[in-house]
Design a protein around this ligand. Structure first.
Ligand code: SDX
Length: 429
């Protein structure tokens, strides 16, 4: 909706009038699509001030530390909903009725198995390959198995691809883990909930099927909810850009997994544990805070800071509360890693450097502590993030592909390389 105008005065040129668009909440945007007619581009590396699309899925207010999924606060979803209900909400825009929820859960359960031949893809990887490397490859390979649902212009194909991805990611993540430790792959079970099933496939073996702790399953489900979607972050923007070319949804999600892997993004949860282990003891916290503040030291406090949140990441608050609950349940009180994390958070929040730069704990700061206490190796932390975020990626992909104004994403540049010059034969160089 454009009811305001912005005026751009470019020296030596006539003023340019640009529409200002207003959403339902959040900052207005200046529509610069007509700017090319002036012979100018906008310049915004890292997209710090750029809205790449319109969306109805997730809203973040970074200054107030607010995160809404289809209008519902993340705190309420984490407390009252469950992951598959949140998936339904993200995919369809509304919370399901009891009947809709039962139908959705049943549909997902009936798509949790992967094609038996997909398992042979694992054998191409070394056992010690990073799980994210395998996950990228295997998820991309899914497009080789679903020729019946790759017409992205068919809403039913988009729907079934979304369900298949949500349903199969836990199976694939568990397969990748079992392969890395040389244990037999576990089949999914339809008598278990989504989170129980994942813990079953991860930690049970054909020799012994232990019951899944309902408290750990609830903690797992909450971790899935907290990572489900997050507006136009780097990996979601990657999925949208790949999708804008018409690439199939499995290839787009594989691209999102690749982008998430970076330590500045989803790889941070693994990097937090590595950092906490390196700090080792609360007595070393001040030394590492000094390193994080030292411009000449590349060390950063992993799990701290955020492009959008300049206040507490609301997910971090829920995650911290969950960490206390899970560690108490597991009888892991006085967990040294948790003690270091709490001391590090307390010292950083009291430090002017972090206060001035508005650096607060983000979603990755506490998640790894819970996952480690639950028995996951650090190499599985980002695959679990990818598993959880798949519903966000595919919801954003569906929204984009369903937009009649869809255009291929193709940014321009500020060129400051060589201008036109003639080729020089080698003997004259
Ligand atoms: C996720 O976008 C999303 O929504 C992502 C995510 C999602 O759900 O999809 O929320 C998930 O990726 C969370 C972020 C996980 N990454 C980390 O925890 C890695 C550590 N954090 C930093 O790398 C950093 O804070 C970023 C990448 C998260 C944000 O970087 P920005 O917005 O580009 O900010 P910046 O790097 O320009 O930092 C601003 C200033 C700089 O100092 P100056 O140059 O201004 O003097 O703050 C400093 C930085 O040096 N700074 C830090 C710091 N983060 C930023 N200093 C020490 N420790 C840190 N963690």
């Amino acid at each position: 909706m454009a009811d305001k105008k912005a005026q751009l005065i470019i020296e030596g040129a006539a003023p340019v009038e640009l529409p200002v668009l207003t959403g339902t909440v959040g900052p207005d945007v200046i529509d610069v699509r007509s700017l090319t007619s002036t012979g100018h581009f906008t310049f915004d590396p890292g997209f710090m001030s750029t809205a790449s699309c319109e969306s109805k899925i997730t809203y973040i207010d970074g200054d107030k530390g607010i995160l809404l999924h289809r209008g519902y606060p993340i705190e309420q979803l984490a407390e009252k909903s469950d992951y598959l209900e949140t998936c339904y909400l993200l995919l369809n825009g509304e919370l399901p009725t009891a009947e809709q929820k039962a139908q959705f859960v049943s549909t997902v359960k009936n798509h949790t198995m992967v094609h038996e031949q997909l398992k042979s893809f694992l054998n191409g990887f070394r056992r010690d390959a990073h799980p994210m490397a395998i996950m990228c490859g295997v998820v991309g390979a899914l497009s080789a198995f679903y020729h019946d649902s790759l017409d992205i212009n068919d809403p039913h194909h988009r729907e079934i691809s979304a369900v298949r991805l949500v349903a199969k990611m836990p199976t694939i993540a568990a397969m990748v883990y079992k392969y890395s430790i040389g244990q037999p792959l576990m089949y999914p079970r339809n008598d278990l909930s989504y989170s129980e099933n994942f813990l079953h496939m991860m930690f049970n073996t054909p020799c012994e099927i232990k019951p899944i702790s309902p408290v750990l399953a609830k903690a797992m489900d909450r971790i899935f909810i907290l990572h489900a979607d997050h507006e136009q972050n780097a990996s979601t923007s990657t999925v949208r850009l790949a999708g804008s070319t018409g690439a199939n949804p499995f290839a787009c999600i594989a691209a999102g997994i690749a982008a998430l892997w970076g330590p500045a993004h989803g790889g941070a949860n693994e990097a937090v544990l590595t950092m906490l282990d390196e700090i080792g003891d609360v007595s070393n916290v001040e030394k590492f805070l000094a390193k994080a503040k030292d411009k000449n030291d590349p060390f950063k406090l992993m799990g701290f800071g955020h492009r959008v949140y300049k206040n507490f990441d609301p997910r971090a608050k829920v995650m911290k509360q969950s960490a206390d609950e899970v560690l108490d349940l597991l009888g892991v009180e006085n967990n040294p890693t948790l003690q270091v994390a709490k001391e590090l958070e307390k010292a950083a929040l009291a430090d002017p450097y972090f206060a001035e730069k508005k650096l607060f704990p983000n979603v990755d700061f506490y998640s790894g502590i819970i996952l480690e206490a639950m028995g996951f190796p650090t190499s599985m932390f980002t695959p679990i993030f990818a598993l959880s975020r798949t519903v966000g990626w595919i919801s954003q992909w569906k929204e984009m592909i369903g937009d009649p104004q869809l255009k291929i994403g193709r940014p321009r540049q500020l060129y400051n390389g060589e201008t036109l010059r003639d080729y020089v034969d080698i003997e004259n160089r």
